[in-house]
Design a binder for this molecule. Structure first.
Ligand code: SF4
Length: 427
């Protein structure tokens, strides 16, 4: 992790807001940040308001364990490792306890990996740790990612007793050949059982993940997956195009010529079909990959797209606090050893300059269908949206990739397919 020479760095900038001079103090403690709880002390000692997008109201907790390595996955994971799962929770507790005092938040997002690889006792312990250090407040959201083959009734009972509100189920496909290509081991009846059980425990929102554009998958096959998904009436869909991340088993198979990816035009047709079919069933397409029934958007993920602050704990977890991005080590043994011995678990750390933060904010805002609102963007970043985009924005509007109604800038339907490219061209 890069180290700076000074222990404390203050950037003070003045933003006119509602006729007053608004003082935004970005405080970054480069040494002993979480170890001492110094950040929270400084925030409470100053009389200057800290904008809430700099103070986390959301917490991500990473559980890296998986039963097998799916061929397309390049997440921070650990296969098996049953014997050290309790050690991992010890390390996680130690890392979280460095907050120094409880920090109330509005959301927990337990992701992975496969959080439901933990047994019921371990899940209960995890919830207790979170309740102690990151108590949920207000209309809180408690999301957990789950796989159909490891989500048992006793685990759901524990999660329900701690107020889980959202279950994000990794379905990916309802067809055996596609599941085999992706190295997914679950069977369709397990998906149906978990959804039934989740409803029995009154989990307010059920989301299913589906992957489109698998090698050899026809448009009809993808529509079949969407139809099967809709038949289960989930509250939320996340649909992702299959990507071949460098170094993954699937990428290696592609390089050996064993599988041939779909053409871009075919993948585009899959994405278009998802929009048509899900919107056709009244689902709100609120982010490039996300569709929700009314009132069922994922609050936690919207924090990311707003570019607001969030905590992140666990192996490989990312956090964004007071304009500083940090990522923990992705090595399980190193994470456990460092955390338990009181060392930093951080692998990368970067303090963003205000302009960098504004650029990132616009890129993330554009993932949302509502795009970036000019007034809010200025309040949020201190930059006018047009000074960040420059003249290229008008060209992209003329090309039908961006829509600019004077108040907000957003991607058009055509622009959504090329979102990464559009954002790259914009700056
Ligand atoms: S279950 Fe999810 S996190 Fe685990 S290997 Fe498969 S895709 Fe990756």
């Amino acid at each position: 992790m890069p180290r700076l020479q000074v222990p404390l760095f203050l950037i003070v900038s003045f933003f006119p807001l509602l006729g007053f001079c608004y003082i935004d103090i970005v405080i970054t403690i480069f040494r002993g940040f979480f170890q001492t709880g110094t950040l929270s002390v400084l925030f409470t000692q100053t009389n200057n308001p800290i904008p809430n997008w700099r103070l986390p109201e959301a917490a991500y907790i990473h559980i890296p364990f998986c039963a097998q390595h799916c061929g397309y996955c390049d997440f921070a994971i650990a296969i098996g490792k049953d014997a050290i799962r309790d050690n991992y929770l010890d390390a996680l507790e130690k890392e979280i306890s460095k907050l120094g005092r409880p920090h109330p938040v509005q959301s927990w997002f337990i992701g992975g990996g496969t959080p439901t690889e933990l047994n019921a006792t371990q899940l209960e312990r995890l919830c207790k740790i979170l309740k102690q250090w990151l108590p949920l407040t207000g209309e809180a959201e408690f999301s957990i990612e789950a796989n159909p083959d490891s989500t048992t009734e006793d685990k759901l009972a524990v999660l329900a007793s701690y107020g889980v509100t959202r279950l994000s189920l990794g379905v990916q496909s309802f067809q055996e050949p596609v599941l085999q290509l992706l190295d997914r081991k679950h069977k369709n009846p397990q998906v149906e059982r978990v959804i039934e059980d989740a409803r029995k425990f009154k989990i307010a929102s059920i989301s299913i993940d589906l992957i489109f554009g698998s090698a050899g998958q026809s448009l009809e096959s993808w529509k079949y997956d969407l139809t099967r998904g809709l038949a289960l009436s989930p509250d939320h869909f996340s649909t992702y195009g299959l990507t071949y991340e460098k170094g993954t088993p699937l990428w290696k198979r592609m390089n050996r010529g064993e599988i041939i990816p779909l053409e871009d035009t075919e993948e585009l047709a899959h994405y278009e079909a998802a929009i048509d079919m899900l919107e056709g069933q009244g689902m709100d397409h609120y982010e490039i990959s996300s569709f929700a029934k009314k009132g069922k958007r994922c609050w936690h993920n919207q924090v990311y797209w707003e570019n607001s602050a969030y905590y992140g704990f666990g192996m490989g977890a990312a956090r964004y606090v007071a304009g500083k991005r940090e990522v923990n080590t992705r090595d399980l043994d190193s994470y456990i050893q460092k955390s338990l011995s009181g060392q930093e678990t951080i692998f990368q750390s970067e303090q963003l300059e205000p302009r960098e933060e504004a650029v990132e904010t616009l890129g993330l805002n554009l993932r949302r269908m509502q795009g970036a609102n000019r007034e809010r963007f200025f309040t949020r970043t201190g930059f006018h949206l047009d000074e960040i985009t420059g003249p290229k924005k008008d060209y992209l509007v003329q090309q039908g990739l961006l829509k600019d109604d004077g108040e907000s800038l957003s991607l058009t339907r055509r622009g959504r397919h090329l979102a990464d490219w559009v954002v790259t061209k914009l700056f």
